[in-house]
Write a protein that binds this ligand. Structure first.
Ligand SMILES: Cc1cc2nc3c(=O)[nH]c(=O)nc-3n(C[C@H](O)[C@H](O)[C@H](O)COP(=O)(O)O)c2cc1C
Length: 136
């Protein structure tokens, strides 16, 4: 199996109903069945998601996610083969960027206390997401 990692970000469509608990339950069911792991960060505006698993499974799930009306303006940042997973224990960890500890982590990496994915390299995103995952 070729392990790969895909990273994208998108914006919540404010006109669409969003229940994050229901969304994460969907992720858990589908991703567990395919041994896909990762992290979903949401800050009220942006989603940033990392998906890790086989090329076929990650592609299949990503194409489904890309047509989901709950978000818009998807930007695919990277999709490449990797030697190991960065988020092996999460079928899809949900991180909501609001706590004081989270703001501390963001301020360590950035000049402001929230992630603005438009201005950040994919490597920096993966670093900061690993730090916030450790808080889950
Ligand atoms: C930001 C975002 C992230 C999502 N991530 C996943 C995911 O990791 N896995 C997944 O199966 N569905 C994910 N979804 C939901 C899919 O778009 C789709 O609704 C779901 O896979 C359908 O599952 P079902 O056919 O079992 O109802 C995500 C949706 C959004 C808006």
């Amino acid at each position: 199996m070729n392990l790969c990692r895909l990273v994208y970000y998108s914006e919540r469509d404010a006109d669409q109903h969003l229940d994050l608990r229901t969304l994460i339950a969907q992720c858990h069911k589908n991703n567990t069945a395919r041994s896909v792991t990762g992290l979903l960060h949401h800050n009220g505006t942006y989603f940033i998601q990392v998906l890790e698993g086989s090329r076929a499974d990650v592609s299949s799930i990503y194409h489904r996610i890309a047509t989901d009306p709950r978000h818009i303006n998807l930007i695919l940042l990277s999709c490449s083969d990797v030697r190991e997973r960065l988020f092996p224990t999460w079928s899809m960890g949900l991180h909501e960027g609001t706590s004081p500890r989270t703001r501390e982590i963001f301020l360590r990496y950035f000049s402001k206390d929230r992630i603005d994915p438009e201005t950040i390299s994919v490597d920096s995103l993966l670093d900061v997401l690993q730090d916030v995952a450790a808080e889950l």
